[in-house]
Design a protein around this ligand. Structure first.
Ligand code: C2O
Ligand code: CU
Length: 479
């Protein structure tokens, strides 16, 4: 981890440079603004982005519509989302709508739910925004490189009655691996990243720029939507003297609570909605530190209080969001399935298993295993087939030495237990962090028919086998 110390934003890349103040995303108001039938357009294309402040030059990236991250799509719950994806890359791509429930054919998974959109091809995505919350979009084809070069954007679905705040702010947190010349390192998919913690970068951006400060007012209440769009980096944010309140995880409302140990921790693909009351004084500076990696801590950004206060007291407005219409799993009668994750450097297989066959597997790029299978290439046979409408519990076990954010498509699950202990809040999530050796139980109703990906969202782990397909089958009978 020592390498990361020199790679922080205050490190080699940027010392002495003038920092930009934090860019705010300008949303494309989807159905909110435009009642016409024309779909929104997202054009995947090579472009250049000013990730680093002047005097540094531009970086070659892949973007949607020329901006990194892609435009924030904002709609209201119940709206129909229609997006025409235009592929202007030299290779196939797709768009996956992460965390929002869609029909299977709109899920954007290459070879599973659609053929990749070819270069110069288009594809129309169309679905209803059933759930309100903070979601995002990204390619689901050659994801390590396509995400790592910048393809991602926020999808915000507003509640019919949002909670009252002074400002609603989205932070797309990304992590880039840049070379000394300020271009992206092109060692995508190398075996070392795959075997270890994935492609951890050396440059963290918020909304596509290395942040310096964000102006706030004393007394202000902000809803801060955090979205981790990094390939592999896990964030653990410490807001110092502020007391952020977690009001939603992965877009789904949760009983408002203080983050565990005061640190807002979220892995790749996860989202956390915070409500923050800015209780400092005019002129104050409050740093946000990322403390997730030991000896890799760095200052992410400063909140800079303006000279005038907005109000003197903390508002008493409710922070409770209305629940989304999710089917409640029948936990007592649910079918249980054991799912074991294995592999990687220093994993149980490597330490206890047959070293010879392990090396053979690795030569083929099979590094991570779900119930003994490394889903590299196009292994699309279902790991499990679940009858439509039935309740299931996945008893997941991480028998590796690495943390993994595990994501299920098409469904939202409750996290019901960790290491045999019931969770306090039964959080609804679509991606759940598993610490090394941890056991996590999730419960859900298999109510969305189709073949759904189930995988680690560290993109290099997914590519090296940490994936499977869960089939929800209207024809299957309950056993
Ligand atoms: Cu964010 Cu399989 O997806
Ligand atoms: Cu993983």
């Amino acid at each position: 981890m020592t390498k990361q110390v020199s790679m922080t934003r205050r490190g080699v890349l940027c010392s002495g440079a003038a920092f930009a103040s934090l860019p705010l995303l300008s949303p494309v108001r989807g159905a909110l603004a435009q009642q016409s039938d024309a779909p929104l357009r997202l054009r995947a294309e090579p472009s250049k982005a000013g990730l680093r402040p002047a005097p540094y030059g531009l970086t070659d990236v892949w973007s949607y519509n020329g901006v990194v991250p892609g435009s924030e799509i904002r709609v209201r719950q119940g709206d129909r989302i229609r997006v025409l994806a235009e592929n202007r890359l030299d290779e196939g791509t797709t768009i996956h709508w992460h965390g929002i429930r869609t029909p299977n054919a709109m899920d954007g998974v290459a070879y599973l739910t659609q053929e990749p959109i070819p270069a110069n091809g288009d594809f129309l995505y169309e679905f209803d925004a059933l759930d309100a919350g903070t979601f995002w979009y990204h390619p689901h084809h050659r994801s390590s490189e396509q995400l790592g070069r910048g393809l991602s954007g926020a999808l915000i679905v507003e509640e019919a009655e949002p909670i009252r705040v002074d400002r609603d702010v989205t932070w797309m947190l990304d992590d880039w691996r840049m070379t000394d010349s300020g271009q992206l390192s092109d060692n995508f998919g190398n075996q070392s990243d795959a075997m270890h913690g994935g492609r951890i970068g050396n440059t963290v951006t918020i909304n596509g720029q290395i942040p310096d400060r964000m102006a706030v007012q004393a007394g202000e209440r902000i809803r801060l939507r955090l979205v981790n769009v990094a390939n592999a980096r896990i964030f653990g944010l410490d807001f110092g003297d502020l007391d952020p309140v977690v009001v939603a995880i992965d877009g789904q409302p949760v009983a408002p609570h203080a983050p565990e140990a005061g640190i807002v921790m979220f892995g790749p693909a996860m989202r956390v909605d915070l409500v923050i009351d800015f209780t400092g004084k005019p002129g104050d500076l409050q740093s946000v530190q990322d403390v997730f990696y030991q000896r890799g801590e760095y200052r992410l950004v400063d909140f800079a209080y303006e000279s005038d206060a907005l109000r003197q007291t903390v508002p008493d407005w409710s922070m409770v969001l209305a629940p989304n219409p999710l089917a409640e799993p029948d936990i007592r009668n649910a079918t249980r399935h054991q799912i074991v994750f294995n592999g990687g450097m220093m994993g149980q297989m490597m330490m206890g298993g047959n070293m010879g066959s392990m090396m053979d597997q690795m030569r083929q790029g099979n590094i991570w295993f779900v119930n003994g299978i490394a889903a590299t290439g196009r292994i699309l046979d279902p790991l499990l087939t679940l009858p439509l409408g039935t309740s299931h519990i996945f008893e997941m076990e991480n028998r590796t030495a690495w943390p993994h954010p595990i994501h299920l498509h098409g469904h939202t699950f409750r996290v019901i237990a960790r290491n045999g202990q019931a969770t306090q809040r039964l959080e609804w999530q679509d991606t759940v962090m598993m610490a090394p050796r941890e056991k996590v139980e999730i419960a859900f109703v298999a109510d969305n028919p189709g073949d759904w990906m189930f995988h680690c969202h560290i993109m290099e782990h997914q590519a090296a086998g940490m994936a499977g397909v869960i089939r929800v089958d209207a024809g299957a009978t309950k056993t």
